[in-house]
Design a protein around this ligand. Structure first.
Ligand code: BTN
Length: 264
């Protein structure tokens, strides 16, 4: 079953040599790949599933994972300085946005890497890393991309906040082909980071960012809820937030939304 996906990856020039697994169903592709990583799987090992029964999102949320969509995880073992490694989540979002562009969908990125069409989420990315004494040991990049999903099946409030490739284009697409496109683009940005071209990753991300600079946003980062004006991202991919007191905060990770969407 994995042979077809392996062939698609090779066709798109995704770096070879990793374990490739395609499962009809899994609890979570990130969990399976983390297990393979612990067993020593090489970089560019990839796990894809047709559906997940315990898909995980960011900040402890679940990820609805019915068949017909893309559930994909890729293993990287970067030997990058921390400031470049911190750009990997942005590189992954950029890769997804570029891949759906090949299918005619113009998707924007909301820091750090939500992939949106208008106000609706098309794809989400969960990046999970482990470190050892000599630095980063593994980075699992998990991508959930709504391909054939009818958002109405999710019920409210998610239905109104979600979109899919099918909803945007009226056409169906093969999740595995999209997965291969995403990984091909991720490989390009990953190599740029390895070559010290983090600035190119930042430029590509900024070019696709939602245009909310100068606007008030709310960021949940760990247990903290931060408010301020979004001013941009710095060279490490941190969100620059100007507090009401005029202090410039650098937020390394979190979940951001425009403050106007916050119910009073
Ligand atoms: C988010 O909350 O926006 C991130 C969602 C990430 C979901 C993907 S689906 C493939 C991979 N396996 C998981 O369990 N989660 C990620």
């Amino acid at each position: 079953m994995s042979e077809r996906f392996r062939a698609l990856l090779a066709e798109r020039g995704v770096p070879p040599g990793g374990v490739v697994e395609h499962h009809p169903a899994l609890a979570s592709t990130n969990d399976r790949l983390r297990e393979l990583s612990r067993l020593g799987a090489p970089e560019w090992s990839v796990v894809v599933a047709d559906e997940q029964w315990a898909g995980r999102g960011r900040r402890g949320h679940g990820w609805a994972s019915p068949a017909g969509n893309l559930f994909l995880s890729a293993l990287l073992r970067p030997s990058l300085p921390p400031s470049a490694a911190s750009l990997l989540p942005l590189a992954a979002g950029t890769a997804v946005s570029e891949a759906v562009g090949e299918w005619g969908v113009e998707a924007a990125l909301k820091w750090p890497n939500d992939v949106l069409v208008g106000d609706r989420k098309l794809a989400g990315i969960l990046v999970e890393s482990t470190s050892g004494s000599s630095g980063i040991d593994s980075v699992v990049v998990g991508i959930g991309l709504n391909v054939g999903l009818d958002p109405r099946a999710l019920g409210e409030p998610l239905a109104g906040l979600t979109t899919s490739l099918q909803r945007e284009t009226g056409r169906s697409a093969d999740p595995l082909e999209l997965g291969a496109s995403v990984l091909a683009r991720l490989a390009v940005w990953y190599h740029a980071l390895g070559d010290g071209r983090g600035a190119a990753v930042l430029d590509a991300w900024r070019a696709r960012s939602v245009p909310w600079w100068g606007r008030e946003v709310e960021v949940r980062s760990g247990p903290a809820v931060l408010h301020g004006r979004a001013e941009g991202i710095d060279e490490a991919g941190s969100l620059l937030l100007r507090s009401a007191e005029g202090e410039l905060l650098r937020v390394l990770s979190g979940e951001a939304r425009e403050a106007r969407l916050v119910p009073s």
